[in-house]
Design a protein around this ligand. Structure first.
Ligand code: SF4
Ligand code: ZN
Ligand code: ZN
Length: 322
């Protein structure tokens, strides 16, 4: 297979674009598309300080490297966040993840903060697994969203970027159709503006980039990322939309371009109409931390978890309320 551009040995065939690319032209094509998406969807419009959440996995590590390039092009400040979730179970998963994230921050000379869930909030994800009666990945997801927003705000960022890829987004969209959980996909678009109780804009710059291409790009560039799965990943597969993900992959094989079409059409044609229709709910304020709560709730989900695990409110929040 020869590169469609220069005729050298190709490293990848892109079925939905019907092109084969050598290493150099795949990297160039991948990066051009990244910048095109940033501009087309106004992902970083108005951003002055972008916090990027890095777990150490291929998606977030790749996003960090791409945002470093974007920061040089557009002139915004880049700040790295990684959370030590306290996941061990004999694998040292969190320690390894944090080490890899820090390695990448240092390599790129990006300022960063490592947040220890135990030191800052008094509990770990391993402890929540034993004591909280909900799927551990659901607790973990909620905790990560809360902590990342809080740390981004504390460091003066106006934007928080996460490494969700096309496959993640396609699962959210399809799940909205199959299971009717529209709320979730509406709350998790490529650009979520700030709202009362959450001051940072949340963005997903890789939302139209296929997972397999991210992996290939990361490998070709020699990025350091964690290969080990989280010890709870089997549970993640059970509670997540993993089965829908497999169906999407199968359809993509027979109908190249299906996944991009599914997400792109949703974002261009369906989201704007649904967002215009959906009533803006009056959110409450958490009595402990002051952040947004679901309507009718006095305490947010994060503080409820924290109270169950530590018997207290957050020290930052106590300070805020004193
Ligand atoms: Fe958290 Fe579950 Fe992901 Fe592990 S697999 S990092 S517990 S969401
Ligand atoms: Zn080439
Ligand atoms: Zn709260």
């Amino acid at each position: 297979m020869k590169c469609s551009i220069c005729g050298k040995e190709a490293v990848r065939f892109i079925p939905y674009a019907n092109i084969a690319l050598c290493k150099e032209h795949f990297i160039q094509w991948f990066e051009r598309r990244f910048f095109r998406h940033l501009e087309e969807y106004k992902i970083l419009e108005g951003s002055r300080k972008v916090a990027v959440a890095v777990s150490g996995g291929k998606d977030s590590v790749t996003l960090l490297h791409l945002l470093k390039k974007a920061s040089e092009r557009y002139g915004f400040e880049l700040f790295g966040i990684t959370i030590d979730l306290g996941i061990d179970r004999g694998t040292q998963y969190s320690r390894k993840s944090v080490d890899i994230a820090v390695y990448n921050f240092r390599q790129l000379n990006v300022e960063y903060e490592v947040v220890s869930l135990k030191d800052s909030y008094g509990f770990t994800i391993d402890e929540s697994k034993a004591k909280i009666n909900r799927p551990v990945c659901s607790t973990c997801g909620l905790v990560k969203r809360y902590v990342m927003s809080e740390v981004a705000e504390k460091n003066g960022a106006d934007t928080l970027a996460t490494g969700h890829n096309l496959d993640d987004m396609a699962q959210y969209v399809l799940s909205a159709y199959v299971h009717g959980d529209l709320e979730y996909v509406l709350r998790n678009g490529p650009v979520t503006p700030p709202k009362p109780g959450f001051q940072v804009k949340k963005v997903k710059p890789l939302f139209l980039t296929p997972e397999e291409e991210i992996l290939h790009y990361a490998l070709l560039n020699g990025f350091q990322f964690i290969y080990d799965p989280c010890p709870y990943s089997e549970e993640f597969k059970r509670v997540s939309k993993e089965k829908l993900g497999l169906i999407i992959k199968r359809v993509e094989r027979d109908y190249p371009g299906f996944t991009v079409g599914l997400v792109r059409t949703f974002e261009r044609e369906i989201r704007p109409r649904l967002s215009a229709e959906s009533r803006s709910e009056e959110l409450g304020r958490c009595k402990i931390c002051g952040r947004a709560t679901s309507p009718g709730r006095d305490i947010c989900s994060f503080c409820s978890i924290r109270i169950k695990l530590t018997g207290m409110g957050t020290s930052q929040s106590e300070a805020r309320n004193s």
